[in-house]
Design a protein around this ligand. Structure first.
Ligand SMILES: NC(=O)C1=CN([C@@H]2O[C@H](COP(=O)(O)OP(=O)(O)OC[C@H]3O[C@@H](n4cnc5c(N)ncnc54)[C@H](OP(=O)(O)O)[C@@H]3O)[C@@H](O)[C@H]2O)C=CC1
Ligand SMILES: N[C@@H](CCC(=O)OP(=O)(O)O)C(=O)O
Length: 456
């Protein structure tokens, strides 16, 4: 990993050259590089946590003076129990996954001794811009190396000490491997991004992971394909026949497990029939975890009837913008889905919930709680999001939880990869033809015919 390429163009050019050599390294060499990085990061834990403590001191000062959101401080904190170990485990998990390269996904006999094959391969050079979450650098470095891609990384400025310490360790670890040091490049400041975005001759894909503004900015300033990982405005919908215990578990986990994450729920949709039956238990559980409930008039009046007055006094009133807000905090906007019937639809309320989600969510992850399998399958087919869940927390949207080892982030793009991006999301394919001197002009009307036989 290079910390010091002299210009953005040098960084991109050398990354591009390294990508060529990485693409043809055997999986044993790529895995060995991951083992060496893992050992180095394990050994350097104290040094890295010290650097992270420096970032945290500055971030907490800024947060106390109101200039930095709490959600950013939470993401930045690498000392939270288990976080460092999860980062290390992610590297080992990626190492144990099957090689994503050179996998044949199609074979066709075009004619005798003329075979077509589709084979997975790396994308090339990735430019990945992400938030101030220090462990992401190790996650992405592991995925990039295993998938044979070079990567240029830019983390959030608040994580600069942690980022530099982790980069230094990965950089000297790479010197002991067959992966060229320049395959993973670091850029430290945002002012080089504009120039990198112009280098489409060297960079093959940009992955901006952060707020909508970042993704929009990148899309407007480059000709390089962009795989946006934008905000997560995730919803949970409690249908009329939801199981009350499942409703409580799913909603509380979706909101409270890690409120600063993009896969935390921000909106709770509730069928009108269960406002006074299931919602109160869910609301009490959320209030007990310190969540502010921002309610529409129907849900507020139902809860005022059902909750003790001390809890009812905590309810807040929603405005329309609350249903378009990613709080990243212990807050949730509650909206009632009217109990309605419509002869043209078997379940008009379900359609209303789906329409709300398709209009207001960020196509990241949305969940329905219901005991009705048909309603659940209908919801999962009709909601246009990267993750659509039934009776499960939105917090499952994650590469580690999907068995991808770890993730680059969660793509909110529709192509080329959607949801948590792991090794498969970082590969593309090429077509190989093996022939014996055949030419295209031999085939066609009145000439030889193609066989087009599917091969195993
Ligand atoms: N879908 C997903 O996988 C993820 C989504 N998110 C979303 O990200 C948001 C939180 O992250 P937040 O800290 O606000 O992230 P930001 O979008 O503010 O920043 C993320 C990164 O982008 C850089 N950046 C921002 N704007 C520009 C620009 N115009 N030009 C160049 N670089 C730029 C920042 O640089 P600098 O720090 O130097 O300013 C930082 O490195 C939430 O909405 C969350 O849901 C977060 C993580 C993953
Ligand atoms: N997939 C990760 C969260 C990904 C993510 O975007 O996180 P964040 O940077 O906190 O918004 C997880 O479940 O913790």
């Amino acid at each position: 990993m290079s910390l010091t390429s002299s210009t953005p163009e040098d960084a991109a050019r050398s990354a591009s050259l390294s990508a060529r050599s990485l693409a043809i390294l055997p999986v044993t060499a790529r895995n060995e590089a991951l083992s060496i990085i893992h050992q180095a990061l394990s050994k350097a834990k104290l040094e890295i946590l010290e650097a992270n403590a420096n970032d945290m001191t500055l971030a907490m000062q800024a947060s106390n003076s109101g200039t930095l959101p709490q959600s950013l401080v939470k993401r930045l904190d690498l000392s939270k129990p288990g976080k460092y170990e999860d980062m290390l485990q992610g590297i080992l998990d990626v190492r144990s996954l099957p090689d994503p390269l050179n996998q044949t996904t199609l074979r066709t006999r075009l004619d005798d001794n003329l075979e077509l094959e589709r084979v997975s391969c790396p994308i090339g050079v990735l430019l990945i811009i992400f938030e101030a979450r220090p462990e992401v650098i190790a996650n992405i470095a592991a995925l990039a190396i295993k998938s044979g891609n070079a990567a240029i990384l830019k983390g959030g400025k608040e994580s600069s000490h942690s980022f530099e310490a982790i980069s230094r360790v990965i950089s000297s670890a790479l010197d002991e491997t067959q992966v060229l040091n320049q395959a993973i490049q670091l850029v430290k400041t945002r002012n080089v991004i504009d120039e990198l975005l112009q280098l489409d001759r060297y960079i093959d894909l940009v992955i901006p992971r952060g707020g909508n503004e970042l993704v929009k900015y990148v899309k407007e300033h480059t000709r390089i394909p962009v795989l946006g990982h934008a905000d997560g405005l995730c919803s949970v919908y409690l249908h009329k026949d939801a199981d009350p215990e499942i409703a409580k578990r799913v909603v509380v986990d979706s909101k409270c497990d890690y409120p600063a994450a993009c896969n935390a729920a921000e909106t709770l949709l509730v069928h009108a029939d269960v406002l006074e039956t299931i919602l109160p238990g869910v609301a009490e559980a959320l209030l007990a975890r310190g969540v502010s409930l921002i309610c529409d008039p129907q849900s507020k009046s139902a809860l005022q009837k059902q909750l003790p007055s001390s809890s009812a006094a905590l309810l807040q009133e929603a405005t329309e913008t609350d249903y378009d807000t990613e709080f990243l905090d212990l807050k949730i906007a509650i909206k009632t889905v009217p109990a309605t019937s419509d002869s043209s639809s078997p379940d008009a309320s379900l359609d209303l919930a789906i329409s709300h989600i398709n209009a207001h969510s960020s196509s990241h992850t949305d969940s329905i709680v219901t005991t009705d399998q048909n309603a659940a399958e209908y919801f999962m087919n009709a909601v246009d999001s990267a993750g659509v869940y039934w009776n499960a927390s939105t917090r499952f949207a994650d590469g580690m939880r999907y068995g991808f080892g770890t993730e680059v982030g969660i793509s909110t793009n529709k192509i080329h990869s959607r949801g948590p991006v792991g090794l498969e999301g970082l590969t593309i394919y090429k077509y190989k033809i093996r022939g014996q001197g055949q030419v295209a002009g031999e085939y066609g009307a009145g000439k030889k015919a193609y066989k087009h036989e599917k091969l195993q």
